[in-house]
Design a protein around this ligand. Structure first.
Ligand code: NAP
Length: 267
């Protein structure tokens, strides 16, 4: 099994100001990658930058909103200008919306697609010409297990992740033989600010259903995938059971989902 040395690789991570993105950035910094950290909150990015520099790492930050195509294109251009290349793109920025389909407005649907789906699409489009020239690159899309099997009260969010999965699969096939790898990361509920930040229109508290993993576990799975590219990464491997079960009996998974929601309400 070949293992890539990540030293000096140039990486963009979106959503680096918190949670999974922040942990992933720190782990890549330990591998001596050169990092471009992107998110909206500049103060958070600067404190991460300081932490990476104190570890002896090399990084720059760029405050951008991934839902804005011009800003995403600027991010990719600025990376190529600063470092002369782009090796790994981690599309991680995203947020949640807890609402029934009936309560989700068209505006909310458009907003969540703009960040969780269009943002990665803009970044991929901007990165591909560079990666094609290099005949080398790795696009890592952070989706969710909710992009394989949707949960109740988050239809729009799950739809953004299903969309990301579709885009990723198409792209991976299109890029076969190009030297550019494409990977999909499917975390389960993860202990980050995600649930506190998420817009919650449901009558229920926004919290993960079932088992929760740490952002560190997801970050480790992402770095492992960068060293040894995989089509799909399940940072919590037993979640494969959910995917299999859903392909056999979606009704059974409906029932389990409903039970978990009911239980989480009582806690
Ligand atoms: N936590 C979970 O249970 C879980 C499970 C499966 C998948 N995921 C996915 O993992 C990814 C990371 O989530 P997390 O759990 O680490 O959540 P988090 O702690 O809330 O972090 C989200 C990151 O995305 C950034 N972000 C959000 N909107 C943005 C925008 N418009 N432009 C630029 N950056 C933006 C945030 O930074 P700023 O606010 O500074 O912009 C922050 O850095 C998301 O795609 C999420 O869907 C999370």
């Amino acid at each position: 099994m070949s293992h890539r040395d990540l030293q000096n690789r140039v990486l963009i991570i979106t959503g680096a100001s918190a949670g999974i993105g922040r942990e992933t950035a720190l782990l890549f910094a330990r591998e001596r990658c050169r990092l471009v950290l992107a998110a909206r909150r500049q103060d958070r990015l600067e404190s991460l930058l300081a932490e990476i520099k104190s570890l002896g790492g090399e990084a720059v930050s760029l405050p951008i909103d991934v839902s804005d195509q011009d800003q995403v294109e600027h991010l990719v251009r600025a990376t190529a200008e600063r470092f002369g290349r782009l090796d790994i793109l981690v599309n991680n920025a995203g947020y949640g919306l807890f609402a029934t389909v009936e309560d989700t407005t068209v505006g909310e649907l458009q907003s969540i697609f703009a960040t969780n789906f269009a943002g990665p699409f803009y970044a991929i489009k901007a990165a591909l010409p560079i990666m094609r020239r290099q005949r080398y690159g790795h696009i890592i899309n952070v989706s969710s297990i909710a992009g394989k099997r949707a949960f109740p009260f988050s239809g729009a969010y799950c739809a953004t992740k299903f969309a990301m999965n579709g885009l990723t699969e198409s792209l991976r096939t299109e890029l076969m033989g190009s030297g550019i790898d494409v990977s999909l990361v499917l975390p389960i509920g993860t202990n980050t600010e995600f649930f506190a930040v998420a817009k919650n229109k449901s009558a229920r508290p926004a919290k993960p259903l079932g088992i929760v993993q740490s952002a560190q576990q997801v970050a480790e799975a992402i770095v492992k995938c960068a060293k040894n590219p995989k089509a799909e990464v399940l940072p919590y491997p037993p979640s494969r059971v959910l995917i299999l079960l859903n392909s056999i009996s979606p009704r059974l998974v409906d029932w389990v989902g409903a039970k978990l929601v009911h239980r989480s309400q009582r806690k």
